[in-house]
Design a protein around this ligand. Structure first.
Ligand code: THU
Length: 160
């Protein structure tokens, strides 16, 4: 037996003002998307904004449904929207933010497992890391340089 220690690295920012102007713009797009979410059941609105390598921003938000599993997370709405319109354009980064009607979201909201798996496949396909920034309504911002940092031992298509 031997132990394997897997490391992930994250950068922590105290405030949006510490980010570049471009990244602040991406954050504002994520907030705008968040505030247009359709989340009447959880009352938890999530916004995701992607920066493509051609400079464009594509955003998405969570879309819920009375039949709960029929809803979709913000990250997958955003990434599928981007890649259905621009299938050959790489995604440079993703910004995620969230807000709840019930209580202040003070800590970073990281993508759920299914979103990580989805993002990871596109990261592999584009052969270039996708940076992931995530924050709450208030509080710190965390940045992963790659989806891999969020999903060690991802299931990948080289196994198929
Ligand atoms: N949600 C997202 O949009 N992204 C995540 O990564 C986690 C959860 C949504 C799904 C649901 O509409 C609400 O947040 C509460 O789970």
């Amino acid at each position: 037996m031997r132990n394997l220690n897997i490391r992930s690295h994250f950068e922590e920012y105290q405030d949006i003002s510490e980010l570049s102007k471009d990244d602040q713009e991406l954050y504002r797009n994520a907030v705008e998307a968040r505030d247009k979410a359709y989340a009447p059941y959880s009352e938890f609105s999530v916004g995701a904004a992607l920066r493509l390598e051609n400079g464009l921003i594509v955003s998405g938000n969570n879309q819920e449904n009375a039949a709960y599993p029929s809803g979709m997370c913000a990250e997958r709405v955003a990434v599928w929207s981007a890649l259905s319109q621009y299938p050959d354009v790489k995604i440079k980064k993703l910004f995620i933010t969230a807000r709840s009607e019930k209580k202040e979201v003070k800590r970073p909201v990281s993508p759920c497992g299914s979103c990580r798996q989805t993002l990871a496949e596109y990261e592999t396909r584009q052969k270039q890391p996708m940076e992931v920034y995530f924050t709450g309504e208030t509080g710190i911002i965390l940045k992963a340089a790659s989806v891999r940092d969020l999903l060690p031992f991802m299931f990948d298509n080289t196994l198929l």
